[in-house]
Ligand binder design. Sequence first.
Ligand SMILES: Cc1ncc(COP(=O)(O)O)c(C=O)c1O
Length: 436
Amino acid sequence: MPTEDELSGSQHHHRPPRPSPTSIGNHKLKPQTLMLGYGFDPELSEGSLKPPIFLTSTFVFENAAAGKRFFEGVTGKRPGGAEGLIYSRFNGPNQEILEDRLAVWEEADDALAFSSGMSAIATLLMAFVQPGDCVVHSGPLYAATETLIAKVLGRFGVSWIDFPAGATREEIDAAIANGREKGRVSLIYLESPANPTNALVDVEAVSAARDAAFGTSERPPIAIDNTFLGPLWAKPLAQGADLSIYSLTKYIGGHSDLVAGALVGEKGLINQVRMIRNTIGTICDPNTAWMLLRSLETLELRMERAGANAAKVCEFLRDHPKVEKINYLGFLESRSSQADIFARHCTGAGSTFSLYLKGGEREAFAFLDNLKIANLAVSLGGTETLASAPAAMTHLSVPDERKKQLDITPNLLRISIGCEDPDDLIADFANALNAV
Ligand SMILES: Cc1ncc(COP(=O)(O)O)c(C=O)c1O
C-alpha cells in the first residue's frame, strides 16, 4: 500500500483512450453533445457503446516495471502524473470518465468525484486549511458546511468570519481584513445562491477583493458551492472562482436516487485535493459514477425543463391571494444590486425557490399535506417536484435569532420544481392553496 505522501498526482486509463473529438473543424462541440461519448473509447471495452461498470478494488500491472512507473507518476517522482490505474481508492475508469465530463461544463482543467457533496467539501477543507488559519466565507451556508467549518474545524484551532451573500465590495474587503487579524486566510468559501434567502454572491467582487488583499504567494483559493444553479445556469470559474463545488446528489444526479459530490477547477488546486482524497478515500464508487454518466446525458434537457416549469409555476404563485411573497431569482427587482449580479453571473433562474404563505405553520403544513403530485421531502434538483418547511425540518435546530436573520419563518416553504407537466403542477399547487 502506498504511503500518504506517495498519493498525489493524477491517474489515467491503463491504455490511453482514443481522444474523443471536442470539435469538428472550427466548430466547437457543446457540452450536451460531449456528455454522450467524451472520455470513453468503446474499443477498450469490447466495443460496448456504454462504459461497463468496473467493479474491482485493484488493477493488475502488465509487469513490475509498469507498476514502478505508475507509482513514480503518482508520487510525483516523475512529472506527468500516473500512466495507469493502481487501486480503486485512488481512481477507476468510471470515475475518470465522470470527472472528464464534469470538467466540460465549466471548461475547467480537471475535476474530482466524491462520495457526497459533504465529503467533497470536507476533503477540500482538509487540503487547504491548517490550525491557526481563518476561513472567510459568505453566509448563510448549507447547514452541514457551517457545522463543518465552525464546529469541526474549530476543534482543530481554525477560525472563521463571514459576510452576507449579496455583500458589497467594501463589506467583502472588511471581512477579509478582519479575517487576516484572526489568522492566515487560507480559503475563501462561497455559496450562491444562499439557502433559503436565494441571495447571490458577487463572485467578481470577491475575486477582485482577494487579488487586492493578497500577494500571489499567499493568495487563498476561492471555492464556491455551485449546487443550486450549476453547471447550466452559473459557471463561477468564469467570474474568478478557482474551484466549483457540487452536490451531485441534486441536479446533476437529477433522479433523487444517489448521493455524490464533485470539485471542478484549476489543475494545481485539484491535485492538492486529490492527494487528500487518495489518502482518506472519499472518492465515489463505480456504480454511482456510472449512474452519474447516465444522468449527465440528460442534464441540459432536465434542467431546461425544470427551469421553464419553475418560471410558469412561480408566475402563477406570485399573484395568488394566499401567497405573502416569493423569493425566485426570476423576480429580482430591476436595477437592484442582486439583479446586477444575476445579469453578470447567471443564465437562468433555476428551479428552487422560497415561497412564503400568508399565515404561519398551520397554513404551511396544510399546503404541504394537500399536495398530490409534489412530494413532501427535503433535497432538490430531481425529476420530481419536492416541497418542505425549513423552520420545522432542515433548519429546526437553527437558533431563533439566526432564523429571524435569515427570514426562516414558520410560513416558509422551500420548493424544488421537477420535470412534470407544468399545468399539472399548477393544478396541484392551486388545489393545495385552496385547502389552506
Ligand atoms: C448547497 C448544498 N451544498 C452541499 C450539500 C451537501 O450535499 P450531499 O448531501 O450530497 O452531501 C447540499 C445538500 O443538500 C446542498 O444543498
